[in-house]
Design a protein around this ligand. Structure first.
Ligand code: NAP
Ligand code: GCO
Length: 261
């Protein structure tokens, strides 16, 4: 039920971090994995790292906000490996800037990568999924699909939008036996969150790091590997009647009011 044997899986932005762990897990479940990123250095290093794990991943230099580059990549995947059975819209960025100081250009860039790109890549793979009458799209959402906090207005707007794009794809294409679900990771230790965990000059924890430990019932940061099981579930036959859901993988953050004083 959890096998991905014979499936082609495209995980965007899987050069490192959460995407890399999801792609690794899919490869171990039998899928042929494809990823993309923007930096050639990241691409080459990732290819080495996949190889070191015994995974034959195919990597593309492709910016997910550019529909021409995405179209070329998807056409090439279809030619080389066959059409995409599983798409994970994982590529994302964050800009932590107070809203009153943020330029509209910065705001648009976050929306472009974290939201519009999921539309662009999904649109590129949907026609073949509709032809085959099966397919899985998994959007990597966030705590910020539900919650706000200081400095992340663009990110929260994008991830809130991505939750609704997920529900809309499920609504619009569910009849083709295509499932579109989201994963909402909690606070996961990756390069994206490294600044929030940086040690203080005196060696103590960053105040945000301590805040997250207190706010998470599991009392730890998540790891990219924590996303493997949920991502496999949503990519496999095991979730064929699950559609339009966001699975929060957050160590319990969203269930918790916070430590009493
Ligand atoms: P990360 O460590 O910063 O990795 C991001 C990946 O996306 C890299 O491979 C990056 O490679 C690629 N990327 C960025 N912009 C791209 C673009 N325009 N086109 C193609 N690739 C692009 O991030 P992460 O922490 O693993 O996060 C992965 C996803 O999970 C993101 O959507 C993030 O918002 C979400 N998320 C993260 C956390 C967390 O706590 N870490 C929690 C919830 C949700 P290049 O730089 O080479 O392009
Ligand atoms: C932040 C973090 C978050 C996480 C994640 C939470 O600055 O608050 O970077 O946004 O990355 O998305 O689920």
């Amino acid at each position: 039920m959890f096998s991905l044997q014979g499936k082609v899986a495209l995980v965007t932005g899987a050069a490192y971090g959460i995407g890399f762990a999801i792609a690794e897990c899919y490869a171990k479940a039998g899928a042929r994995v494809v990823f993309n990123c923007r930096s050639r250095a990241h691409l080459e290093q990732a290819l080495e790292e996949y190889k070191a794990k015994g995974i034959e991943a195919k990597g593309y230099l492709c910016d997910v906000t550019d529909d021409r580059q995405v179209g070329d990549m998807v056409a090439d995947i279809e030619k080389e490996l066959g059409s995409v059975d599983i798409l994970v819209n994982n590529a994302g960025i964050i800009k932590r800037i107070p809203m009153t100081e943020m330029s509209a250009e910065d705001f648009r860039q976050v929306i472009d990568i974290d939201l519009t790109a999921a539309f662009i890549v999904s649109k590129a793979v949907l026609p073949k999924m509709m032809e085959k009458k099966r397919g899985k799209i998994i959007n990597i959402c966030s705590m910020m699909s539900e919650l706000g906090r200081e400095t992340v207005s663009a990110y929260a707007a994008a991830k809130g939008g991505l939750k609704m794009l997920t529900r809309n794809i499920a609504s619009e294409y569910g009849g083709y036996q295509i499932q579109c679900n989201g994963i909402g990771p909690g606070y996961i230790a990756t390069p994206q969150t490294a600044p929030l965990r940086q040690k203080q000059p005196d060696g103590s924890r960053h105040p945000f790091d301590s805040f997250i430990l207190a706010k998470t019932p599991a009392a730890r940061w998540g790891t990219p590997e924590d996303l493997m099981g949920p991502a496999l579930f949503l990519a496999s036959e095991a979730s064929d009647f699950v559609n339009g859901q966001i699975l929060y993988v957050d160590g319990g953050i969203l269930a918790y009011i916070g430590k009493q004083p």
